[in-house]
Design a protein around this ligand. Structure first.
Ligand SMILES: [Zn+2]
Length: 428
């Protein structure tokens, strides 16, 4: 058995207490063997640091890193139609590969070990995630609006075929989902035809829902029901399914989510930047809805740093609830770790014997992390992605002393800059 001892640090335990402990990892099984006062041959130095579960970014579009800073300061609908979709129409498989490499490097450098990606050219994303050594739930973002019936059905078939073919890839580190883009960009008839096939293939369904009022109102007008009632009628919201955003939800929809066990991935930065609104996160938590955290794509954020996202979630959650005690630091850390991991179906997000050996070591030797009254508070309100010293997934060290082991960072940055410029030129 090949083992790695993460030694000398303090450890964030599942009950949010912090203890001085070592963490022993089995690199063959990819599991945590033990937590305590331990010894081992091969060591990863965590002294002066805090060992936390690897962060889980439960909703993003990774290759959108190529569009970071390309179009800002617009509402969702105009931003998608005028800026994002025309450029995305020009994307090549190689663009997506390089944009994904860039995004995964950014995630590893900010302590993220697992992610959910909804995008295009997904076989390239599978290869890239596999090389990165990370864990992911992946799906093709299918859109039928603006397409004729043949093209629309092909789009849905592609999404389903991807989910079938790649589920369990990379020794199980990669799982898939069927990912119709949203309730307004995919027609009801296509949900009716293809969702049962996703059930048969035993993959969950992930989509954007209730993100903006522009998305909610047309469904209410046309169908005379709330979007999530409509979704349930189309066969969605089964256990294992999960939605991104859930900003504009009424009480009955929150109840429905709780009854069905459907998860919501909160994306506070994107919701603020596109002025989409404030998700009722404390209400979701109180109702027992599984809640995770995601950055959404880098074009609406504009980074993939989950520490920024945690801080935003706490701040916006208080504003939304008009209550400074809402969405507290512990809830936020839980959302970014075990909450997101459970939504994606991974046994990660907790430093405990038997869990996946996915973790990050945070350097506490910094003025903005001094003094250390409460390290959970620091994780939510004060720490930054650049404080991460090491990142480990499946027992393998993917970043050591801020040096990403799995990609040539400088070469990827250069290639991504070139690809992004050429892409925008083609689109314009
Ligand atoms: Zn999204």
């Amino acid at each position: 058995m090949s083992e790695l001892l993460v030694s000398g640090g303090q450890v964030l335990l599942p009950d949010h207490s912090v203890e001085r402990a070592d963490v022993l990892l089995d690199q063959d099984s990819g599991e945590i063997v033990d937590v305590g006062d331990l010894s081992g041959d091969d060591e990863l130095d965590a002294s002066g640091g805090l060992v936390i579960p690897g962060l889980v970014n439960a909703h993003t579009h990774v290759a959108m890193t190529l569009l970071r800073g390309y179009a800002d300061d617009k509402p969702l609908d105009a931003w998608l139609q005028e800026d994002i979709w025309p450029v995305e129409a020009e994307l090549t498989a190689e663009d997506v590969r390089v944009g994904t490499e860039l995004g995964l490097i950014e995630m590893l450098k900010s302590g993220t070990t697992a992610l959910n990606d909804m995008y295009f050219f997904m076989p390239e994303v599978v290869e890239t995630v596999e090389s990165a050594g990370m864990r992911a739930r992946l799906g093709y973002g299918a859109i039928t609006v603006g397409k004729d019936d043949d093209a629309a059905r092909e789009e849905m078939r592609d999404g389903l075929a991807f989910a079938r073919e790649y589920d369990g890839a990379a020794d199980g580190r990669i799982r898939t989902a069927f990912m119709p883009h949203s309730l307004t960009t995919v027609g009801a008839e296509y949900y009716r035809e293809f969702v049962p096939q996703a059930r048969e293939a035993d993959v969950p369904v992930h989509l954007h829902a209730n993100e903006t009022t522009d998305e909610v109102d047309p469904i209410v007008d046309e169908h005379g029901e709330r979007p999530l009632e409509y979704a349930a009628r189309l066969g969605l919201l089964e256990p294992g399914d999960y939605l991104a955003h859930g900003v504009h939800l009424d009480g009955s929809e929150i109840e429905l989510l709780a009854d069905r066990g459907t998860g919501v991935v909160h994306c506070p930065a994107s919701n603020m930047k596109l002025a989409s609104g404030m998700a009722p996160v404390q209400d979701l938590l109180d109702a027992g809805v599984p809640v995770g955290l995601g950055t959404d794509g880098a074009a609406s954020n504009n980074d993939l740093d989950m520490f920024d996202e945690m801080r935003d979630a706490a701040m916006l959650g208080k504003l939304a609830a008009d209550d400074a005690s809402a969405v507290d630091a512990e809830s936020v850390v839980e959302m970014a770790t075990r909450g997101s991991a459970e939504i994606l179906g991974f046994d990660s997000g907790r430093i405990e014997r038997g869990a996946n050996a996915d973790l990050a070591v945070i350097d506490l030797d910094a003025p903005h992390l001094t003094p250390a009254h409460d390290l959970v508070s620091h994780l939510t309100y004060a720490a930054r992605g650049s404080d991460v010293r090491h990142t480990v997934c499946d027992g393998q060290v993917l970043m050591r002393d801020r040096d990403v082991q799995v990609f040539d960072e400088r070469a990827v940055r250069e290639r991504a800059s070139e690809r992004a410029s050429a892409l925008v030129e083609r689109a314009e």
